[in-house]
Each structure stands twice: as C-alpha cells, then as structure tokens.
Design a protein around this ligand. Structure first.
Ligand code: DGL
Length: 262
C-alpha cells in the first residue's frame, strides 16, 4: 500500500481527459496534475525540446513525491517516454494513438488519425502503425491550430468547427469508419466532431485504456492507496487558471487549482 499521489502531466489542459478516467477508476488515489500550458503546443516543437519539457515536468512531480507518472500527452509519450523510463526509477504510463483497436474493428479498412505533428512524425507512432495495422490504410492528419484554440477556451468557436471540417472531409471522402483521437486535448472536441462525422464513424480515444493500465501497474507493484480514503486532486498551471477551472467545474469534483511557475 502506498498513499503517495499519482503524478500526471500534459502540455496543458488536454490531459485532464485522462485524469478524469483515472479518478473514476481509482477513487481512493490522490492526483497531482501539471498543465504546462505556457509551453503548449508541444506538437509543434522539436523532439529535443519536447524531451527537455518532459524532464522538467517529471522533476516537479517527483519533487512532490509522486509514486507513478502518467504522461497524459501523446506528443510527450511518443518522443520522450523511452528516455524517461531509462532515467528514472518510478513507473511511467504513456498514451499513444489507439491504432490497434481501430484497425481490429474497421470494416472499411480505412482508419483516420488526428494527432499533432510531433506525434505523427515520431518513430514510436510509425512502429505502432506498422505493427498493428497490417492491411489497413491509415490516413494521418495533423491537427494544426486545434490545441491553441482549446487552450484559449474557444471550444464553441466557428474557427474551430471550420478547421475540423477542413481536416476531416478528405478522410470522410476516402471512406474512414474510425477516427482515432491521437491527442489528449481532442476528447474535448467530441461534441463538435459528432456534428461533423456521420453516425457510422466511430471515435476512438485512449483515456479508459490508460486508466486501466495505471490501475494494473499500481496493483502489480503494490502501490495502491488505502481503500478507506477519498482521493484529493491538485492542479497546477503556469498560465491563468481560468481555462483549467472552466474545464473542471462541470465535472463537479473537489479540486484545488493553483498557479505555479514551472
Ligand atoms: N495533449 C497533447 C497530446 O496528447 C499535446 C498537444 C500539444 O501540446 O501539441 O499530444
């Protein structure tokens, strides 16, 4: 048993889509979440810079005595997790675009992936696509500009809707029946995506799978918190707290949101 917190980081608010699944599955666990919004988007930066930012975030979480680190960011996972696992002794959970379940379920054998430039250009993404999508056509689309609009709280804007329509229509014309969300910010787009995508196109994101994997590893390493306690949730952002608070309010969870210059 181990009551130390689970550490979670992302380039901004997107990883809260992973945190909310972790909180559901592991209600006794304390969580510390770092939103590195000041440095978003990671997806447009070099591999070296993404690694540097990931190390900075991990150091902060370890300073706060986290027992495990969830890299709630596809871009940081695909570019930095191998390094992090080699250099730190805590376990790391990562997230990658869920190509495998989409490939297994696709009837049209054409699957769309919407992700950041940093994820789509990583070698980990390429090896996953190659290994899990034999006989499947993967249509990749960079979500340029989407993270910036989500971070700016412009979820209801015409600009966001138009950008998504522009990104998705070529994939739809080519016959995708699954759309993989390869960025943890994108689950917040699902209500808009459902307006654009026909009903037969299934949206896949990896949030629940990451939460299950976190639980499995905590169980395996005997790191679960005491079952009688209720988990607490601390969020840190290095920009204005407003957008993070707006995302958390409808979830009705007791959480503290603070500014931290990290
Ligand atoms: N939320 C992140 C991801 O899953 C990063 C987006 C970005 O900062 O570009 O890739």
């Amino acid at each position: 048993m181990d009551n130390r917190p689970i550490g979670i980081f992302d380039s901004g608010i997107g990883g809260t889509s992973i945190w909310r699944e972790i909180k559901e599955l592991l209600p006794n666990e304390d969580c510390i979440y770092l939103a590195d919004s000041k440095n978003a988007p990671y997806g447009e930066q070099s591999k070296e810079r993404i690694l540097e930012l990931s190390i900075k975030n991990v150091e902060h979480l370890l300073h706060k005595e986290c027992k495990i680190v969830v890299v709630a960011c596809n871009t940081a996972t695909t570019n930095a997790i191998a390094y992090l696992r080699n250099h730190y002794s805590v376990p790391f959970i990562g997230i990658e675009p869920a190509i495998k379940p989409a490939a297994l379920r696709s009837k049209s054998k054409i699957v769309g992936v919407l992700a950041t430039k940093g994820t789509l250009s990583s070698s980990l993404f390429h090896s996953t696509s190659k290994n899990h999508a034999e006989g499947i056509t993967i249509l990749e689309q960079q979500g340029t500009g989407l993270v910036e609009l989500i971070e700016a709280g412009k979820l209801q804007s015409a600009e966001l809707y138009n950008l998504l329509e522009q990104y998705l229509s070529p994939m739809l014309k080519k016959g995708i029946d699954h759309l993989v969300l390869g960025c943890t910010h994108y689950p917040y787009l699902i209500p808009i995506l459902r307006k654009i995508l026909p009903d037969h196109v299934t949206i896949i994101d990896s949030g629940q799978a990451v939460a299950r994997q976190t639980k499995n590893i905590l169980d395996e390493l005997d790191l679960r918190a005491h079952s009688h306690k209720k988990g607490t949730h601390q969020f840190y952002t290095n920009v204005d707290q407003k957008v993070l608070s707006t995302i958390l309010t409808p979830l009705n969870v007791e959480a503290s949101v603070s500014f931290l210059d990290f």
